[in-house]
Design a protein around this ligand. Structure first.
Ligand SMILES: [Zn+2]
Length: 67
């Protein structure tokens, strides 16, 4: 009698609440500031603010033309 009616549980990351943690782009002041805010938000356990910083960091436009 096998029961596989429900989906398998989502695999949790070892020590990261958020699925993705974008890295700040080097040389970008905005990203550096966002990374700073994110670190501060994590320290005070403000995960929603940290997520906001991640979203903003992802949406922050950058020039991709390093050659
Ligand atoms: Zn940036």
């Amino acid at each position: 009698m096998t029961r596989r009616t429900w989906q398998e549980p989502v695999i949790e990351l070892p020590h990261c609440d958020l699925p993705e943690d974008p890295a700040p782009v080097g040389g970008c002041d905005v990203c550096a500031a966002l990374a700073d805010q994110r670190a501060t938000a994590r320290q005070i356990d403000d995960s929603s603010r940290a997520t906001d910083c991640n979203i903003e960091m992802r949406q922050h436009p950058h020039r991709r033309g390093k050659r």
